[in-house]
Every structure is written in C-alpha cells, then in structure tokens.
Design a protein around this ligand. Sequence first.
Ligand code: KG4
Ligand code: ZN
Length: 352
Amino acid sequence: MLVLGIETTCDETAAAVVERREDGRGRILSNVILSQVNEHAVFGGVVPEIAARAHVEILDHVIAKAMVDADLSFADLDGVAAAAGPGLIGGVIVGLTTAKAIAVVAEKPLLAVNHLEAHALTARLTDNLPFPYCLFLASGGHTQIVAVLGVGDYARLGTTVDDAIGEAYDKTAKLLGLPYPGGPAVEEQAGRGEAMRFALPRPMLGRAEPDFSLSGLKTALRLEAEKIAPLAEQDVADLCAGFQAAVVDVVADRVGAGLRVFQQRFGQPAALVVAGGVAANQAIRGALTRLAVEADTRLAAPPVELCTDNGAIIAWAGAERLALGLIDDLETSPRARWPLEELKRATAPNSA
Ligand code: KG4
Ligand code: ZN
C-alpha cells in the first residue's frame, strides 16, 4: 500500500510517500520538508498569512520532489492523504485542496488525516508498536497526554490550560533576546547556566489530573529578568537553566500523573511515546526515560525529524486508515480545531 502524505498545518510545507506492508510494517520512500522558519523568524513566531502564502507557492514543487524521490507516479499510489486539521486554516485549505485535486485526477481515495492522529501513530511506523500506548505530544501548538487505544480511538488524559511547552520555550527565548525557534536556543543556554540561582514555580505539581499550566512560570521568569536587567550573558544562561529545570520537573510530574491515570483506566501501556518538536530536548527526553522505567514500561522516541511536522507521518496515518477502509469524502472540510476524541464516532465500524 503506497500513500502520498501532505502536511501544511503550520510553518512546514511537506510531502512524503510511505509504504505500509500487509504485516503492518512501514517504510518511508521519500520525505521532503521545506521549513518557512526564516520567513517567520523576524516576527519571533509563525505569521498565519505569510505561512498560507508560502504553502501556495511551494507545495506543488514539494509534492513533485516527493514523487521523484520515491520514483513513482500518481497512478502508482493507493491513496492521497493530507492533514485536514487542526492547524492554521489558510495552510490546511491549501494542503487539503491539493490532495483532493490529485485524488480526483488520479482516481485515488482521499484520506483527510487529523494532524494529531498522525503524531499519535508515528511510533507504529518507526517501532511497529502495538496498542495501547501512552502519548506525550509536546510542540509549539500542543501539549497533550493521550491514551492511544487504536486507529481513530483516543482518550485525552491531560492538556495545557494555557501555553504549550514549545510556546513557553519560544516566549522565553523572545524575552531573553534569543533567536526563534526558542527551544534549541534555550536548551543550549541552559547547558551553560546555573539552574539554582532563581526560584521559579512548578505549576500544577502534585495534582492527580495530568494537566499543565505554563503561563505562571513564564511570568515568574519575566519578573526575575526585570529585577536584574540589563542582562549579562551569564544571566541569560542562568535564567534559561532555571526555566528548563522547572519545565523538566513539571513534565516529569505531569506525565507521571498521566501514566498513573492510563494504568488505572487502560492497564499497562506498550510504551510511553514522545512526539512534537519539544521531544528534541535532551533534558526532557532524559526525564521521560526515567519515568517510563519507573512505570515499568519503556520510552519510544521516534527520530527527531519524525517527531516534528512532516509528510511521512501524514502518509502513514493515511495508510493506517486506508488499511481499515476508512476513506474520506471529497466534501470533507478543513478544520482549524479538531480534537482527537471526535475521531471515534467517525471511525465506528458501520462507517468503515
Ligand atoms: O512540532 P514542531 O516542529 O512544530 C509545531 O509546533 O507543530 O515543534 C516546534 C516547537 C517550537 O516551539 C520549538 O521551540 C520547540 O518545538 N522545540 C524545542 C526544542 N526544539 C524544538 N523545545 C525545547 N527544546 C528543544 N530542543
Ligand atoms: Zn505537529
């Protein structure tokens, strides 16, 4: 089964071809990603209008390259998948409309993939992981702990009540004059800093519900920075170290709570899976590895390039759905908001 996947929900224009074999194993035949990071960097964050325009300009070329790299033509495909949301609506419209056009012309089934489901199923492409497992998704737009029970079957156990973790890194970077995206810059600075210098809060610590709150930490950091301004190089490193230490503590405590809720409701997970750009962070990965061992499971961390947004994860989720006969109507609308739980109804056996 060969599926083309298109991703345009944020600031990556991406397309890939993935093969799913009968035994459920996957193989990436091509994976083309064009990041718009430089176009948004001057603004310190993603600008939706700029993103949508850039997707329009470049998507056709990205798809053509993905097909050439895979050495296939549209006629060879078994399905065409696109992320139909959630995300910045301008970009989602570009990707989904393009997928529909290819599907119509090549007479192939359309797969309107939920972007979060794509992150959730990536570990089955990379690790051939069985259900159920516990997903920790942490990116610039999302912070969620999800029980992955089957294709289309998800239970959200916890989420953030304010900022996403990646967003908190990006805002911290902006505040301290570090480049965008903030995650890698803050992590690098933290490595040279003294975390104990500032007493920063650990919001939500100890609560049974595995939710997150990060805006209080951000505010506390700003107040500490203002107290000692103007900031010397070492001040910036120390603030980053303090921020990251707080985030690591929060992640360990909150994901730990998530694993306990998972075990109570669904039994033992096959793994703790991490996805999203924040999964690149070594300190956070270390904390999650320890947590998985404590919970008597293991950490499954797909390679960083598959944790962040790309076409291969969309193609793979499309292939998983196609294998179950879950194809979508050409009338399917793009969606800015699309919680994972809403997939369950659509995946009920009678609609298959
Ligand atoms: O998944 P992703 O590429 O895009 C979406 O947000 O969908 O994630 C990007 C986010 C950014 O907020 C970035 O700052 C964060 O992931 N990030 C990191 C690191 N690398 C990227 N956060 C912490 N530590 C990192 N090393
Ligand atoms: Zn994503």
